[in-house]
Design a protein around this ligand. Structure first.
Ligand code: UDP
Length: 255
């Protein structure tokens, strides 16, 4: 049984990064290539899901959802609940690579602009020398190209497919192809490959620790202001829902 906290109807697992690593490994071992879905909801996710029923419904079908942002932590707080830890997307990614290196898992990186996943792979090899990233492809694929990529993934049969196309594109893509993909788990990874490739610099550690990395990102990518404009509405929605959302509820983990 999962211990989740519901943020505006989106169930998010209340676990540590290490637990997320262990659960992922367990999912890989039990999956038998049935493509279990792993998501990392943040505030923008939850707000997009309020207006997009397809996205809202599929977020409930994950086998694991990690709390990615400060806004998600706040969402729990406003219900008198507390996530044990925030798990930023990149931290989860690194944890799975760490566990995967030890456990001999295989990985495929799908997403980002041409060359980004390749560069990320090269950089990650320096951190995890025995990591098995057996395939990479950019995330701008349609029609025939998309078919070819799926064929390649299915020939390689990686344990873990990371899909980094931004939300909700990556979650919808995983869900749409779930039945045909021969992977154990598929995880949405947002802009992680951009960080790992060095295309976008993350904030200094102390800023990350203070939970204000979003300000750093905003300064470096001012276009994000449009995406962040949903934040005040998010807080209002949370306050209005405060009494009717019971927060913790049980969800059966699809193993
Ligand atoms: N992207 C992609 N295919 C697309 C659209 C976007 O691979 O069709 C990639 C884009 O290059 C970027 C990532 O998806 O690397 C989205 O990054 P963003 O920072 O927006 O994601 P977030 O972490 O905020 O969800």
């Amino acid at each position: 049984m999962r211990n989740t906290i519901s943020i505006l109807g989106v169930p998010i697992d209340n676990i540590t990064k290490e637990e997320a690593g262990k659960i992922t490994l367990q999912l890989v071992k039990n999956s038998n290539k049935s493509c279990k879905m792993i998501f990392a909801p943040n505030t923008e996710f939850v707000m997009k899901a309020q207006k997009d029923k397809e996205f809202f419904d599929l977020l409930k079908l994950s086998s694991l959802s990690t709390p990615d942002s400060v806004g998600i932590m706040l969402g729990a707080k406003l219900q008198g609940k507390k996530f044990v830890e925030r798990i930023p997307g990149q931290a989860y990614f690194r944890e799975i690579l760490r566990v995967g290196e030890k456990e001999n898992l295989t990985f495929y990186l799908l997403g980002g602009m041409p060359g980004i996943a390749e560069k990320a792979k090269e950089n990650l090899k320096k951190i995890y020398p025995n990591i098995k990233i057996i395939g990479v492809h950019d995330g701008y694929i349609e029609g025939e190209e998309e078919k070819k990529v799926i064929e390649e993934i299915n020939t390689l049969k990686p344990n873990v497919l990371f899909v980094a196309m931004g939300a909700p594109k990556q979650e919808k893509w995983i869900y749409k192809h779930k039945e045909e993909l021969k992977v154990d788990v598929a995880a949405g990874q947002g802009g992680t490959f951009d960080y790992e490739a060095g295309r976008i610099k993350r904030a200094p550690k102390f800023i990350q620790k203070m939970g204000i990395e979003w300000i750093w990102r905003l300064i470096r990518q001012p276009k994000r202001i449009i995406r962040m404009s949903v934040l005040p509405v998010y807080v209002i929605k949370l306050l209005l829902k405060k009494d009717i959302t019971k927060g913790k509820f049980d969800v059966e983990r699809e193993t």
